[in-house]
Design a protein around this ligand. Structure first.
Ligand SMILES: *Cc1c(COP(=O)(O)O)cnc(C)c1O
Length: 443
């Protein structure tokens, strides 16, 4: 039994849960965020009133203040790291067109239904058509969850109980302990390594090909370069060497460039890998392609069909929102990552001057410095993209990261640098405001 509070006890004044939940702004918040989350906030506010920390008439405002502003705890972050495709920041930001496509496909949608006939239709047909239009060298395509999924599907379908031939210099660890050879072997494929760490020749590959070979795999060494006494075999050389053997050549290019990009002369591309003779090419959707997380598989129709028919494909296929975002990325306006890649250093310098000028006007020690950016996410390792950054005192880095919106920059020589190449120009104002806000709280 609950005890009865004395007449002057603050507990008497505590508003009831159902009354608070029925208050129109609280009710609206519950519709948007979910009843449990709001009820939780109501109960916390009731405890504060009961403890005499809060006057009862402030209950509704306190509940609203205690609520998160959005239903997921993931927050938009301003990426001033100078790393265009930052895995810890969710890689490629989607284009507005892709965001709109995701929203449109989020409800019930005709992903697998032909509305003209009322019959079941091929899943994600439009996204696949967009891919094949963008990469006309490919006969067929499928999309899976990410490039790691594409590799495991290929290794399972073509390499299980068989051998995959792969250069020792391409036994790559991508990051966070993800090692491609471990993934391949986990499928039951046996790796037949050829060459040495620094050198491999077409003859090494040919000597390894037997009737047990399932495929020859080329993996882009996405996050390191080997210099000095080196020899790699290009896709073209390898395709020529393998001609007539009947062994499929699979190229994992990682970054998903459609065609060779002038800013990244050494980065492989989907179109050129197929034109050079790869039978299948694999790439991520959320790196330089600038789309949603996805694994793209393109190439020979018979091989793609074999992958599509494999039972594992069903476990790796993508959802409707990914298909929608991919189609909009391929058909729509140039996505943010590609705009960032193409930004002129002088334009970045102009943006940095405008931001630094505004900050200096607000009394912040802000300077403009030349700064290189990087592709990141396993693309064009070591390749600098020249541009500009706003330089602030070193102490800004942490409060900016903890701010609202959070801004992630980096420290260099004791200064906090905010690199503008990885930030959309439409976010420049928000960046400047975030810095002014941190400076204001400090002084
Ligand atoms: C990034 C990368 C992968 C992994 O791609 P995910 O889409 O993150 O699974 C695989 N191979 C290469 C060469 C890569 O660069």
């Amino acid at each position: 039994m609950a005890e009865n509070p004395p007449p002057d006890d603050p507990r008497r004044a505590v508003p009831r849960t159902d009354a608070l939940l029925a208050a129109p702004p609280v009710h609206a918040a519950a519709e948007r965020l979910g009843r449990e989350l709001v009820k939780d906030a109501v109960q916390r506010v009731q405890r504060r009133i009961r403890a005499g920390e809060l006057p009862a008439e402030d209950a509704v405002d306190a509940v609203l203040a205690a609520l998160p502003s959005r239903p997921s705890s993931l927050r938009p972050v301003l990426n001033a790291t100078g790393v265009l495709v930052h895995t810890n920041l969710g890689r490629a930001p989607l284009s507005p067109a892709a965001v709109e496509a995701v929203a449109a496909a989020s409800g019930t949608t005709d992903v697998e239904l032909d509305l003209a006939t009322g019959r079941r239709g091929p899943r994600g047909e439009a996204a696949l058509a967009a891919l094949l239009e963008a990469v006309p060298e490919a006969e067929a395509a499928i999309v899976v969850n990410n490039c790691a999924a594409a590799l495991s599907l290929v290794a399972t379908a073509l390499g299980r109980d068989r051998e995959l031939v792969l250069a020792r210099g391409e036994l790559v660890e991508i990051g966070d302990g993800f090692r491609i050879p471990d993934l391949l072997e986990a499928t039951g494929a046996r790796l037949h390594e050829v060459g040495t760490t620094n050198r491999v020749s077409p003859e090494d590959y040919l000597a390894a090909v037997t009737d047990r070979t399932g495929a020859v795999l080329k993996v882009h060494p996405s996050n390191f370069v080997v210099r000095g006494f080196t020899r790699v075999v290009s896709v073209r050389e390898l395709a020529e060497a393998l001609a007539g053997t009947g062994v499929p050549l699979v190229a994992d290019i990682g970054s998903g460039l459609l065609r060779a990009h002038p800013a990244l002369p050494d980065e492989p591309a989907l179109r050129s890998a197929l034109a050079d003779g790869a039978d299948l090419v694999l790439a991520s959707g959320d790196k330089l392609l600038g789309g949603p997380q996805a694994g793209l598989v393109l190439g020979r129709a018979d091989l793609v069909q074999e992958l599509r028919r494999h039972p594992l494909y069903r476990a790796l296929r993508v959802d409707k929102t990914t298909l929608a975002a991919l189609e909009a990325t391929l058909r729509g306006p140039v996505p943010p990552v590609q705009q960032m890649l193409g930004a002129e250093p002088e334009a970045l310098m102009t943006r940095a001057r405008a931001i630094a000028g505004r900050l200096a006007g607000a009394g912040v020690d802000a300077q403009v410095v030349a700064a290189d950016a990087r592709v990141g996410g396993g693309g064009a390792p070591e390749h600098p993209l020249p541009g500009a950054a706003v330089s602030l005192p070193g102490g800004f880095a942490e409060p900016l990261r903890r701010g609202n919106p959070p801004v992630v920059g980096y420290l260099e020589d004791g200064r906090t640098l905010l690199n503008l190449r990885s930030l959309a120009p439409t976010d420049d104002d928000a960046l400047a405001e975030a810095v002014v806000e941190v400076a204001r709280r400090w002084t």
